[in-house]
Write a protein that binds this ligand. Structure first.
Ligand code: GRF
Length: 214
């Protein structure tokens, strides 16, 4: 496929940015049209990682006195000016409002063109601490989920899931590291498929069923 006709996309990250850096490295290798990364935190580790990869990183914090709507409008105006079509969240620690999501709605696929990776096998353990919650619950297997973002908490249509084992003697740290390594393995491939339009969405009663590959 001619990569020049692929849609432009960007990454959103608030933290250390290991996933964002991994996605950026993959995009550079594959010649995918990654435009930049957006972070809401001036002290985010992702800034240095993007610098090293020579990917622009735009810092758009929520300023004092700025409402959530104003902050999101600053981001969406910038993304529209840059003709961004897809957003890949990689540890972005803000809940995006319905109004922001609707700006990226695809009537064609009937999903928002925003993808997230979550550190559990959804619908189990939604929220900000997937690995910790699963580990403390005592699961024997956990996993990672890549999903389209809707206006619920980690409830959007599931694109891809893969599980990993809890090993004897695991601590939360070793358990989370195994999960993060799995995230790094699977997220780039899924990003590539989404950007190349190599997926379909069908309706399964109330839910949407996403299938990767044609
Ligand atoms: C990952 O565990 C991801 O699943 C979650 O946030 C974490 C981000 O880690 N959404 P990093 O900043 O990419 O290292």
């Amino acid at each position: 496929m001619d990569n020049n006709i692929l849609p432009k996309f960007c990454l959103f990250a608030s933290g250390s940015g290991s996933n964002a850096a991994n996605l950026a490295t993959y995009s550079l290798q594959e010649g995918l049209p990654l435009a930049f990364c957006v972070t809401d935190r001036e002290d985010a580790g992702v800034i240095e990682k993007m610098q090293k990869l020579q990917i622009p990183c735009h810092i758009i914090p929520r300023r004092k006195g700025q409402t959530k709507e104003e902050h999101e409008a600053a981001i969406s105006n910038f993304l529209f000016a840059e003709e961004i079509e897809w957003i890949f969240l990689a540890g972005y620690m803000r809940i995006l409002s319905s109004s922001f999501l609707s700006k990226f709605y695809s009537p064609n696929f009937q999903i928002n063109r925003i993808v997230n990776i979550h550190p559990s096998l959804l619908p189990a353990f939604p929220g900000a601490h997937g690995y910790k919650d699963a580990f403390e619950y005592g699961v024997q297997r956990s996993g990672v989920t890549i999903h389209f973002v809707d206006d619920g908490m980690d409830t959007g249509p599931i694109i891809f899931q893969e599980s990993f084992e809890r090993c004897k003697g695991d601590t939360l740290e070793t358990f989370s590291q195994r999960g993060l390594a799995l995230e790094h393995q699977v997220y780039p491939k899924v990003l590539g498929q989404i950007i190349k339009g190599d997926f379909s969405v069908s309706n399964l009663s109330e839910r949407q069923l996403v299938t990767l590959g044609r």
